[in-house]
Write a protein that binds this ligand. Structure first.
Ligand SMILES: Nc1nc2c(ncn2[C@@H]2O[C@H](COP(=O)(O)OP(=O)(O)OP(=O)(O)O)[C@@H](O)[C@H]2O)c(=O)[nH]1
Length: 309
């Protein structure tokens, strides 16, 4: 008979210099969670920075070389991993010790010797909170209609890529895309049909953006935006043209468009590069917006750029 194994709901890293202590905690937790172990701070940091970081960390304080406080300090100093909850599990149980641990950013403090049931419940609570927070964070970065990143997510990504472009000297192209005569579409086919249209357009464009660094988001309403980091000017124009064509070729009828019998988009391209440097990311966005305005002015269903090849 096939038995269904309950799914493990998270990964826990146990850090303790005494393997037998790790064993005791692992025994309590491994039914519910995937358990990782490290007997010193250096190994713990290696696991945490690695490909499969834990969702929660149980950390002993008294360890030779790097003690638990120092491990915690280093974890909390790193932006990428500082949100992993740390729980101290220790024989140090004075109020001052606890206070010190909490001040370093720990979420809880479990004194040894401990009651397995209490440990299990406290860890389950912290794990649930961590996983739910993660889900909410992911949702807060997604556009609910199209399921692609939203403007908030784009703003974060742009900040990151802007800094990277300044450091590396690589070009950073931005594409602003706007649906043509979308007000007529909504007014004539209805807002629900308008929503469906936005979903189809998203799909059509998403299929074309294949590079791992490409970032595509809904900027708001009927406006979309894409970042194509490290793409040169000819490549950017080719990509923009492909996106424009992909929407036209989706062939979504739009009898009320003054431009074409189907839904089309206009695209404005601006690039921060050695040839066309921008003083700030705001200037980069404004340049893309201006190019989009020109694409609309010149007849829509076309690409305009501030960085001609
Ligand atoms: N269905 C739907 N419509 C939206 C959404 N967000 C914005 N819109 C509509 O998009 C339309 C945008 O209209 P305008 O800014 O006048 O632009 P346009 O009609 O596309 O004209 P041009 O951009 O000049 O070609 C408005 O009717 C908005 O109500 C959405 O989430 N769903």
């Amino acid at each position: 008979m096939n038995t269904i194994k309950p799914q493990k709901t998270g990964r826990i890293l146990i850090i303790d210099d005494q393997p037998e202590n790790i064993h005791v905690l692992a025994n309590i937790l491994q039914k519910e969670y995937e358990v990782q172990a490290a007997t010193n701070g250096a190994k713990a940091l290696e696991i945490t920075y690695g490909k499969n970081p834990p969702d929660l960390i149980l950390l002993d304080i008294v360890m030779p070389e790097m003690d638990g406080y120092e491990v915690c300090r280093r974890l909390k100093a790193n932006k990428q991993i500082r949100d992993i909850p740390v729980i101290f599990v220790t024989v140090k149980k004075s109020v001052e010790d606890e206070e010190y641990g909490f001040n370093l950013g720990a979420v809880d403090y479990i004194s040894k010797p401990f009651q397995p049931t209490v440990v299990r419940v406290r860890i389950r609570n912290h794990m649930n909170l961590k996983l739910k927070t993660e889900i909410l964070e992911k949702l807060s970065l997604l556009d609910s209609l199209t399921n692609i990143p939203n403007r908030r997510s784009f703003d974060k990504e742009l900040q990151r890529e802007w800094k990277h472009a300044l450091r590396s000297g690589h070009p950073l192209p931005v594409l602003m895309m706007n649906v043509d005569h979308f007000k007529h579409y909504n007014d004539n086919y209805g807002y629900g049909a308008g929503d469906e249209c936005l979903k189809h357009i998203t799909e059509a464009m998403n299929k074309k953006l294949r590079r791992p660094l490409d970032f595509f988001a809904r900027y708001g309403g009927e406006e979309f935006v894409a970042l194509l980091p490290n793409t040169d000017a000819p490549g950017t124009m080719q990509m923009a043209e492909q996106l424009r064509a992909a929407v036209a070729e989706a062939n979504i009828p739009h009898e009320y468009s003054d431009t074409a019998p189907m839904v089309t988009i206009s695209i404005g391209v601006a690039t921060h590069s050695q040839e066309t440097p921008k003083a700030s990311l705001e200037e980069l966005l404004m340049a893309a917006d201006l190019a989009l305005y020109q694409a609309k002015e010149k007849g829509r269903n076309q690409v305009q750029t501030d960085s001609p090849i």
